[in-house]
Design a protein around this ligand. Structure first.
Ligand SMILES: *[C@@H]1O[C@H](CO)[C@@H](O)[C@H](O)[C@H]1NC(C)=O
Ligand SMILES: *[C@@H]1O[C@H](CO)[C@@H](O)[C@H](O)[C@H]1NC(C)=O
Ligand SMILES: *[C@@H]1O[C@H](CO)[C@@H](O)[C@H](O)[C@H]1NC(C)=O
Length: 141
C-alpha cells in the first residue's frame, strides 16, 4: 500500500470528515411568516425538541400580517430535532403543529433555510430546491 492510492484515500477521508463536521455545526435560519391577511395577528409559541440539547422554548410571539418570526437553529442531522408551534388566529382558532421534524422535513430546507407561511386555511413549508410551497397542515375545522 502507500503512494497515490493512500494519498487519495486520505484526501477523501478528510473531505468526508469536513463535510460531517460542517453538517453537524451548520446553523439553520428559520422563518415563519404570518400570511393570514391584512389586520390579522398570529400568535405563535414555538419550542424546539432536540435529543442532545433538550427542550428550548422560543417564547410567545405576536406577528402582524406579513411579519416574520426568525430564529437560528443549530441543527444536527442525527438528533431528530423537532419544532412544535402552538398557534392562535384572531378568531381564537388554536392548534399545535409539529412544523419541523428533521427526518421528515430536512430535504425541504436546502441552503440551511426553512420557510413557513401561515395562511387562513393551512400552514405551508417551502421546498427550497423545487421552489414551491408544500401543504403541511390544515387548520382544524
Ligand atoms: C419575511 O420572510 C419572507 C420570506 O419568507 C420575505 O420574503 C419577507 O421579505 C420577510 N418580511 C419581512 C417583513 O421581513
Ligand atoms: C432518529 O430517528 C430515526 C428514525 O426516525 C432513528 O432510527 C434514530 O435512531 C433516531 N436518532 C436518535 C439519535 O434517536
Ligand atoms: C418524525 O418523522 C418520522 C418520519 O416520518 C417519524 O418516524 C417520527 O416519529 C417523527 N417524529 C416525531 C417527534 O413526530
Amino acid at each position: 500500500m502507500g503512494g497515490i492510492g493512500s494519498h487519495v484515500n486520505a484526501v477523501l477521508l478528510f473531505a468526508l470528515a469536513a463535510l460531517l463536521i460542517f453538517q453537524v455545526h451548520a446553523d439553520y435560519m428559520m422563518y415563519l411568516t404570518n400570511n393570514l391577511g391584512p389586520g390579522k395577528d398570529l400568535t405563535a409559541h414555538c419550542r424546539n425538541d432536540n435529543i442532545r440539547a433538550g427542550i428550548r422554548d422560543l417564547g410567545t410571539h405576536v406577528l402582524k400580517f406579513s411579519q416574520n418570526f426568525t430564529w437560528v437553529s443549530p441543527l444536527d442531522p442525527w438528533q431528530n430535532t423537532t419544532y412544535w408551534c402552538d398557534m392562535t388566529k384572531p378568531n381564537s382558532a388554536r392548534a399545535t403543529f409539529n412544523i419541523y421534524n428533521e427526518t421528515r422535513d430536512f430535504v425541504l430546507c436546502t441552503g440551511a433555510e426553512c420557510y413557513w407561511r401561515v395562511d387562513e386555511d393551512a400552514i405551508y413549508i417551502h421546498d427550497n430546491l423545487h421552489k414551491h410551497w408544500v401543504l403541511q397542515y390544515h387548520w382544524p375545522q
